[in-house]
Design a protein around this ligand. Structure first.
Ligand code: SAM
Length: 256
């Protein structure tokens, strides 16, 4: 899903996209259906929904923001997938007021759990949107990445505050209401009844490296992408990743 016009944008999405694409491919094989039903909770303007629809899947995006849904509609039309992308105004709390319970092969919840009032309820709801066999792609802000970033920016008190705060917040003006450790996220996924298929650390170095190094050094972006892909799978680095990605699978899902 890398954008040739915005190569650095691929640093934010490459690891998640690779894992997600692989999970979608495996669901296609297992179900024997080329077009899966995908729900993108808090899908916003379609960073993931539109590329997923371009693979041929039907995507429903639920998001509380009318502006995001408007941007989604325009983006889907530009990509030629308007017939496969449906935007619905709603949120994770009232998910089943707007979409069908148990109606989806794959559910995405990317960058949303941070903002829901009750993350455990949010995960239970997105899991309840899955069919008997299905896959959850959960991406959320990592605690350790925020501590590291505040410390490297010289905000040592804020770094310590984030480390000790039950929600991983570095202060009153922190715009992110919740951050998570890998253990917290995997526990939420398991408590909602799924088994954890994989955990990846996302943006371990990407946000820390000065942009000028990546933009001016020949081959640096490609090398950094490869490094991110390698550390994503290395548990020791999960504790310092900006985001954590958890793939959850319904129990008994064959080749999820
Ligand atoms: C950081 S953006 C992520 C957008 C998209 N998922 C992505 O990965 O690019 C967070 C999105 O979550 C939406 N959001 C905020 N609170 C939500 C809630 N309680 N339920 C569902 N979506 C929510 C916002 O409107 C916004 O579009």
């Amino acid at each position: 899903m890398s954008d040739p016009l915005r190569p650095r944008a691929s640093l934010r999405t490459a690891v998640v996209w690779d894992v997600l694409q692989d999970a979608l491919d495996r669901r296609v094989k297992v179900t024997g259906r080329d077009a899966l039903d995908v729900l993108d909770t808090g899908g916003g303007s379609g960073n993931f929904a539109v590329p997923v629809a371009r693979l041929g899947h039907r995507v429903t995006v639920v998001d509380p923001s009318p502006n995001a849904l408007f941007a989604l509609e325009r983006r889907a039309a530009e990509a030629g997938v308007a017939d496969r992308v449906q935007g619905v105004q709603g949120d994770a709390h009232g998910l089943f007021d707007v979409v069908e319970r148990g109606g989806y092969d794959v559910v995405l919840c990317h960058g949303v759990l941070e903002y829901v009032d009750d993350p455990a309820e949010g995960v239970r709801n997105v899991v309840a949107a899955l069919r008997g066999e299905g896959v959850l792609s959960l991406l959320a802000a990592g605690l350790g990445g925020a501590v590291l970033a505040r410390a490297l920016a010289g905000h040592f008190k804020e770094a310590k505050q984030a480390l000790q705060d039950p929600n991983g917040r570095w202060g009153e003006s922190d715009p992110v209401p919740h951050r998570f450790t890998a253990e917290q996220l995997t526990a939420l996924v398991e408590e909602a009844g799924l088994r954890v298929g994989a955990v990846h650390g996302v943006r371990v170095f990407a946000d820390l490296v000065p942009g000028v190094l990546v933009d001016t050094e020949p081959g640096a972006l490609e090398a950094l992408l490869k490094l991110e892909a390698a550390v994503a799978e290395t548990p020791a680095f999960h504790s310092v990743a900006t985001q954590l990605h958890v793939l959850g699978e319904t129990r008994g899902t064959a080749g999820a």
